[in-house]
Design a protein around this ligand. Structure first.
Ligand code: MF3
Ligand code: CO
Length: 255
């Protein structure tokens, strides 16, 4: 069931979104070579507590998952595309990291992600990151009343494929509001002009997942959560939660 939300609800979601923006900035600052992923999770936990918010990721258990999600955030390194668990592994110089954070406060959720390099950055990694960021920007630009979900999907897909990259199979964003994952699904691939029509009040998370190898195949790692590229190439991920409004997209997870 798709829910349409009022400007008053956007304001409440904005409150969650501001906390998400702060989580992304502060956890990113803590991400350096040699730092255990669990330490990044601890930084997030501290900020959430300070803000009086909770993580909608922690203990989340969708039907396909092997058990409740064990972290406050997701940290997906190199070939891990999404849902990397912040455990005892440490960051290494040159790692490409996707950092995905959520916050819940006053009954509303925010969800956003950024990708960046730790320590020494290589040009190919930076190009992958920049293209994925542009895919999100273009998709947000298509998220206007009167357009369709296919226009958002096509914007992601065109941006990634024109650069020679792939898109993780079946990946995409989701409705967001009082739950982190609501209807509708927001696919990363599709045809312009198709799918559900976008109306003001729709609140969605858009999240391109772009693979460096140009292929779309993925596999699960043994932990049952982490999704990795099938070919072992790196992946990048950006995400914002937005509201569709008559005045254009409102980025709920902006700082
Ligand atoms: N942005 C991610 C998503 O929508 C957040 C996942 S949280 C997790 O899939 F708990 F499922 F890992
Ligand atoms: Co999401």
């Amino acid at each position: 069931m798709v829910t349409y939300r009022s400007p008053r609800e956007w304001e409440r979601m904005r409150e969650a979104g501001r906390i998400v923006a702060r989580l992304l900035a502060d956890v990113r600052d803590a991400a350096e070579p040699g730092v255990p992923l669990a330490e990044l999770d601890a930084v997030a936990a501290r900020i959430l507590k300070e803000c009086g918010a909770t993580s909608p990721f922690l203990h989340y258990k969708p039907g396909w998952a092997p058990g409740p999600y064990p972290g406050n955030i997701c940290v997906s390194v190199n070939e891990v595309v999404v849902h990397g668990i912040p455990d005892g592994r440490t960051l290494t110089d040159g790692d490409l990291v996707s950092l995905d954070c959520g916050a819940q406060i006053g009954g509303y959720c925010g969800d956003a992600a950024v990708s960046f390099m730790v320590g020494t950055a290589d040009a190919a990694g930076l190009r992958l990151i920049e293209t994925t960021r542009a895919a999100l920007e273009n998709a947000i630009g298509a998220a206007v009343p009167g357009n369709r979900l296919g226009d958002v999907a096509a914007a992601v897909e065109r941006t990634a494929r024109e650069a020679g990259y792939g898109i993780a199979d079946g990946s995409g964003g989701h409705g967001i509001g009082t739950e982190m994952h609501e209807d509708p699904a927001v696919p990363n691939t599709g045809r312009a002009g198709r799918g559900m029509r976008l109306r003001a009040g729709l609140t969605i998370a858009i999240e391109p997942l772009v693979t460096e190898g140009g292929r779309d195949g993925t596999r699960y790692l043994e932990d049952g959560w982490s999704v990795a590229t099938a070919d072992g190439s790196r992946a990048a991920h950006f995400e914002h939660s937005i509201a569709i409004t008559e005045d254009g997209p409102l980025i709920l997870t902006a700082p």
